[in-house]
Design a protein around this ligand. Structure first.
Ligand code: HEM
Ligand SMILES: *[C@@H]1O[C@H](CO)[C@@H](O)[C@H](O)[C@H]1NC(C)=O
Ligand SMILES: *[C@@H]1O[C@H](CO)[C@@H](O)[C@H](O)[C@H]1NC(C)=O
Ligand SMILES: *[C@@H]1O[C@H](CO)[C@@H](O)[C@H](O)[C@H]1NC(C)=O
Length: 211
C-alpha cells in the first residue's frame, strides 16, 4: 500500500506509458493494440498478419477535450515520421510532420498518406477519435518501425491546448506537456481481418463510375 502510493507519485510527472492492450472500437469494429493514458490520450495500431513486405497500418488516435495528440512512428521526436491530430468540431484534422531537432515540426512530404475511416472518426461526450488507413507509412529509411519488427518503440506526445488555426492541417502546435516512448508488441496488433478493415477506407465514389 505504502509502496504503491510512493510509486504513483513518482510516475505522475513522467507521463509513464501504460502497456498497450487490445481494444475494439465499437463504432468501427476494428481491433487495435492500444496505448491509453490517464489524460485521455490514446493511440492504437492494427497490422496485417504475416506480411513482412507490408507498408500500411490502420491507426486510431485521440484524446479528451480539444487539444492535439501526436505519435512518432520511429520512437524519438527527431528525424522520425510524426503524426499530429486534433478535433475541429465533429471532424479530425491531421498531418505528417518531421524535424531534425527539438523544435516545432513542419509538415512532412512523402509517398505516405492518411485515408480516413468514417465510422471510426467521431467526437462523443468525452473524447475525439480519428481512425485512418496509413498508406505507405512503414518506411525503410529508419524514420519508422519496420514491417519485420516484432516490437516497436512508438513515441507519444500531447498538449491539451488546441492549435490556433485548427482548420489547417499544417497549423503550428504548441510543445507537448507530456511525452514519452511506449513499447508496442506488434504481434498484438496483427489481424487476419486487416484486409477487410483496410477496405473501410477505400474511396466509395470511384467504383460507382467504373462499371
Ligand atoms: C511544437 C514544438 C515542439 C517542441 C519545442 C518539442 C520539444 C521537445 C523536447 C525539448 C523534447 C525532449 C524532452 C525531454 O527529454 O525532456 C521532446 C521530446 C519528444 N517530443 Fe517533442 N516537441 C515539439 C513537438 C512535438 C510533436 C508535434 C511531437 C509528435 C507528434 C513530438 C514528439 C516528441 C516525443 C515522442 C518525444 C520523446 C522522445 C524524444 O525525446 O525524442 N514533439 N520534444
Ligand atoms: C464501419 O463501416 C464499414 C464500411 O465502411 C462497415 O463495413 C462496418 O461494418 C462498420 N462498422 C460497424 C461496427 O458498424
Ligand atoms: C467515447 O470515445 C472514447 C474513445 O473512442 C471511448 O473510450 C469512450 O468509451 C466513449 N464514450 C462513450 C460514452 O461512448
Ligand atoms: C499467420 O501465421 C500463423 C502462424 O504461422 C498462422 O497460424 C496464421 O494462420 C497465419 N495467418 C495468415 C493470415 O496467414
Amino acid at each position: 500500500m505504502k509502496f504503491s502510493t510512493v510509486l504513483t507519485g513518482a510516475l505522475a510527472s513522467l507521463a509513464a506509458a501504460q502497456t498497450p492492450a487490445p481494444y475494439t472500437d465499437p463504432k468501427s469494429g476494428i481491433t487495435f493494440n492500444t496505448l491509453q493514458q490517464s489524460s485521455g490520450f490514446f493511440f492504437g495500431l492494427a497490422l496485417p498478419a504475416n506480411d513482412t513486405s507490408n507498408t500500411d497500418f490502420i491507426a486510431t488516435i485521440g484524446g479528451k477535450g480539444t487539444g492535439w495528440s501526436g505519435v512518432s512512428l520511429g520512437g524519438g521526436m527527431t528525424n522520425k515520421l510524426l503524426i499530429v491530430a486534433w478535433p475541429n468540431a465533429q471532424a479530425a484534422v491531421s498531418s505528417f510532420r518531421k524535424v531534425a531537432n527539438y523544435s516545432p515540426p513542419p509538415v512532412a512530404a512523402g509517398t505516405f498518406a492518411q485515408l480516413p475511416i468514417a465510422n471510426g472518426t467521431y467526437v462523443n461526450a468525452t473524447h475525439w477519435t480519428y481512425t485512418f488507413l496509413c498508406s505507405k507509412c512503414i518506411q525503410s529509411d529508419g524514420t519508422t518501425f519496420k514491417a519485420s519488427d516484432t516490437a516497436a518503440g512508438i513515441g507519444f506526445a500531447w498538449n491539451a491546448n488546441a492549435p490556433a488555426q485548427k482548420t489547417d492541417p499544417a497549423a503550428g502546435v504548441r510543445q507537448h506537456t507530456a511525452q514519452g516512448i511506449a513499447a508496442f508488441d506488434l504481434s498484438k496488433a496483427k489481424s487476419d481481418k486487416f484486409a477487410t478493415w483496410k477496405a473501410y477506407a477505400a474511396p466509395k465514389v470511384a467504383s460507382a463510375f467504373s462499371r
